[in-house]
Design a protein around this ligand. Structure first.
Ligand code: ATP
Length: 235
C-alpha cells in the first residue's frame, strides 16, 4: 500500500497556549477511509487545516503525493479537497457557479462535462441553477462536497460532516462518502461518533489533547477494546 499523505512529527501551538497538536506522525494510504475520532478541542481540525494549507505548523512536515506542503504547495493542494465543518456559501450564487468558481481557484481549467457528472452524482444537477440560499441543509452540504471535488482531488477531507445533522441526512452523507471511496478517492473524516467511524472507516485514529493516541485497522481496534470501553476511555 502506498502512502498518499505522510505526516511527520507535526506540531501546532497557537500563540502562547498549550500545544493543539503535539508531534503527530501518520501515514494515510491511497484509497483508504480514515476516521479521526476525538473529543472537542482534541486537535482534529488543526491537523486537517495544516494539511490543507490553512494553518501553518509550528514544527514537523507534511507530504501530499510526495510534495512537501511548505516548499511545493501548489502541487500538493491540487491533490486535496476540503469539506469544512461550517456551511459557508454565497447565498445568491447559483450552485453550478459555486462549483465552477472553486475549480478556477484551484487553477483547473473549465470542464463542463466533469462538472455535470459531479453534480449528477451528488443529485444536484436539477438544482444547478438554484441559488444556494434556496437549498435544504442536506443539499448545501452536498454543494460543499461538489466544491471540494471540483478540481478532481485524490484526497477528500470531511471535517465533522454530520455534526448537528439528523439521522436521514447523516445516512445520505455516508452514502455519498461510500460512492466516492468506490471511485478511488482517499477519504479522511473527523467525527465525534464512534458508531460512525465504525460504520465507515477502514482505519480509525484516536486523537486527544493534540496527541495521536492510536491508529489501527477498525477490526483490530474493535476486537481489542470493544465499543463500550473505547467510548469511556475517550469521553
Ligand atoms: P472540535 O471537535 O471541537 O471541532 P478539534 O478536535 O477539531 O475540536 P481543534 O479545533 O483543532 O480541535 O482545537 C485544538 C485546540 O486548539 C483547542 O484547544 C482549541 O481551543 C485550540 N485552537 C484551535 N484553533 C485556534 C485558534 N485559531 N487560535 C487559538 N487556539 C485555537
Amino acid at each position: 500500500m502506498s502512502a498518499i499523505i505522510e505526516i511527520d512529527h507535526l506540531s501546532k501551538r497557537y500563540g502562547s497556549g498549550t500545544a493543539a497538536l503535539n508531534g503527530v506522525s501518520l501515514k494515510i494510504n491511497e484509497g483508504e477511509i480514515l476516521a479521526l475520532l476525538g473529543p472537542n478541542g482534541a486537535g482534529k481540525t488543526t491537523m486537517i487545516s495544516i494539511i490543507c494549507g490553512l494553518v501553518t505548523p509550528t514544527g514537523g512536515t507534511v507530504r501530499v503525493g510526495g510534495h512537501d506542503i511548505r516548499t511545493d504547495w501548489r502541487a500538493a493542494r491540487k491533490l486535496i479537497g476540503l469539506v469544512p465543518q461550517e456551511i459557508a456559501l454565497e447565498p445568491f450564487e447559483k450552485v453550478i457557479d459555486c462549483v465552477r468558481f472553486t475549480r478556477g481557484l484551484y487553477g483547473a481549467g473549465p470542464d463542463e462535462a466533469y462538472i455535470e457528472k459531479l453534480l449528477r452524482s451528488l443529485a444536484l444537477w436539477d438544482k444547478r441553477d438554484a441559488r444556494t440560499r434556496e437549498l435544504s441543509g442536506g443539499m448545501k452540504r452536498r454543494v460543499l462536497i461538489a466544491k471540494a471535488l471540483s478540481h478532481r482531488p485524490k484526497v477528500l477531507f470531511l471535517d465533522e460532516p454530520t455534526a448537528g445533522v439528523d439521522v436521514a441526512l447523516r445516512r445520505e452523507m455516508w452514502s455519498v462518502v461510500r460512492d466516492l471511496s468506490a471511485d478511488g478517492v482517499t477519504i479522511i473524516l473527523t467525527t465525534h461518533y464512534l458508531e460512525e467511524a465504525e460504520d465507515m472507516a477502514d482505519r480509525i485514529g484516536v486523537i486527544n489533547r493534540g496527541e495521536l493516541l492510536l491508529v489501527k485497522p477498525k477490526a483490530e481496534l474493535m476486537g481489542e477494546f470493544g465499543k463500550k470501553h473505547l467510548t469511556i476511555d475517550l469521553y
